[in-house]
Design a protein around this ligand. Structure first.
Ligand SMILES: [Zn+2]
Ligand SMILES: [Zn+2]
Ligand SMILES: [Zn+2]
Length: 486
């Protein structure tokens, strides 16, 4: 390659790659890109970090990005969403899987005995806001007609959209999404009460003997409504590390979940819509997660691995499944207000959005009609003073849902931050061992760092290297899958 003059190569990407390849430190550039595992838009940082012995003040390590081949450090973007960064979303899914799995089977600081605690996997759905096109099946799994008379194939775009958009309760649907987080919070309170009642205890007494732990993940249905999948577990007083009391059984937990879900209701009032009661949908699925010693009774048991797999899959999806846009809709200059301050307490019409508050007109969004109507309803309700606290204009692209996609109670298992920290520490340790140093003791050292954000993305040549990393990973996955099939 050294014979080629990069300046004569027409493609910008190839030209840049050739220029990189001719450097003496090309292997370091390659390794740096490989470490990002194919991240789509890495973050470029400049800066330095110094590790000092806390007592002797001896400098144990000094690192500056000035020593990097291109004078800066690349770190993975870490985005959870597959639509933004497939590579980092896979890392996130793998971490979520580990976290959920630890809470079910033990590991990562959670004892193995946790798998004998009563555990259920439940789905809390949204109620109906009007009939939608669907794909009903008979008990034997045969597809039947939709109410509109047609046979809709799976994944058909009309599925989940209203039969009659003019009578569909869009305000109710948006308000449900906007209150989904509050409905969940109330559900957990009622669940503790229901468990206490079943055990003949007060909620204060319950806390002394039993804790209700959970991990939940939100998913958008085709009809644009959020629903939750949750793992709920009964523990001893200190969470997963302590044994639950004898009365705590899967049956008691199942009954308590059913009672609590049925009881949750939030009344929303607004001048424009009157009073509305929001509840979970009637469709409530509660399945016991099989104990490892469970004897199969014919029906396939729900295993720890299957549940962890579901949750990890949903955790990397956002509202993309509904076909909505993946960015906020409000004008960033005026924050959706349509007016900007001019000083002295006065405002003027925002120049960027001409006072509309929108980054782009709702009519121009490339989305399906049903999604557009959900977004429009968010905007209409969100600009009214009675619903200002729901921040519906800010979350219009999420169809009103402003909650977290995955959450867990404090004592469910390890945390994502902890998993990432372990990985980083391990990588840093490995790098030191390779460089011939002894591992640094985290407890007796001081780290002084200064980092500056430079840009996002790769150089064109690095982008080609990243693409090769992605291709390699995809090929490995394919071989692994084929191997599994053999
Ligand atoms: Zn990334
Ligand atoms: Zn239909
Ligand atoms: Zn504006």
């Amino acid at each position: 390659m050294t014979d080629i003059d990069p300046r004569t190569v027409p493609s910008l990407f190839t030209r840049d790659l050739l220029a990189l390849a001719q450097r003496d430190d090309f292997d370091r550039i390659e390794t740096a890109v490989e470490r990002l595992a194919g991240c789509t838009s890495p973050i470029q940082l400049t800066g330095h970090t110094t590790t000092v012995d806390a007592t002797t003040h001896e400098v144990l390590r000094h690192y500056t990005t000035a020593s990097e081949p291109l004078g800066r450090l690349l770190i993975a973007c870490g985005n959870r969403r597959a639509s933004r960064c497939p590579a980092c979303s896979r890392t996130y899914a793998a971490d979520t899987y580990q976290l959920i799995r630890a809470g079910l089977s033990g590991g990562k600081g959670t004892p193995d005995a946790v798998r004998t605690h009563p555990r259920v996997f439940t789905t809390l759905t949204a109620p109906s806001f009007g009939p939608v096109h669907n794909r009903p099946t008979t008990r034997t799994g045969k597809a039947r007609h939709c109410r509109c008379g047609a046979h809709h194939p799976a994944d058909h775009p009309t599925l989940g959209t209203p039969l009659d958009p003019t009578t569909y309760d869009y305000a109710g649907a948006v308000l449900f999404n906007a209150h989904a987080g509050a409905l969940w919070a109330r559900f957990t309170t009622y669940l503790r009460r229901a468990v206490a009642r079943a055990a003949g205890l007060t909620t204060a007494e319950l806390r002394e003997t039993c804790r209700v732990s959970f991990a939940k993940v939100a998913e958008f249905q085709k009809r644009g409504l959020v629903h939750f999948h949750a793992i709920i577990r009964l523990d001893g007083p200190d969470g997963g590390t302590t044994a639950p009391p004898d009365w705590a059984t899967p049956d008691l937990l199942t009954c308590a979940v059913r009672q609590a879900a049925g009881r949750v209701a939030i009344t929303v009032t607004g001048d424009s819509i009157g009073a509305r009661e929001l509840r979970w949908g009637a469709q409530l699925d509660i399945r016991e997660i099989a104990r490892p010693d469970a004897t199969a009774d014919g029906s396939a048991p729900l295993t720890d691995a299957a549940v962890a797999g579901y949750v990890a899959k949903y955790a990397t999806k956002s509202a993309e499944g509904t076909g909505t846009i993946d960015r906020p809709l409000y004008c960033t200059r005026c924050k959706g207000r349509g007016r900007t301050p001019t000083g002295g307490g006065l405002t003027e019409e925002c120049h960027r959005c001409a006072g509309a508050g929108l980054a782009e007109p709702i009519a121009d969004l490339r989305v399906a009609g049903h999604v557009r109507q959900m977004i429009r309803t968010c905007w209409d309700l969100g600009t009214r003073p009675d619903f200002a606290d729901l921040k519906l204009t800010k979350w219009a692209h999420m169809l009103g849902f402003r909650g977290h996609f995955s959450t867990k109670s404090r004592r469910y298992s390890t945390t994502l931050g902890h998993l990432r920290g372990v990985r980083r520490t391990w990588q840093a340790g490995q790098a030191r061992i390779r460089a011939g140093h002894l591992p640094i003791d985290q407890d007796t050292t001081l780290v002084v760092s200064d980092w500056r954000f430079l840009a996002t993305g790769y150089t064109p040549g690095e982008e080609l290297l990243a693409q090769a990393v992605r291709d390699n990973r995809a090929a490995t996955q394919r071989l692994k899958r084929e191997g599994d099939l053999l």
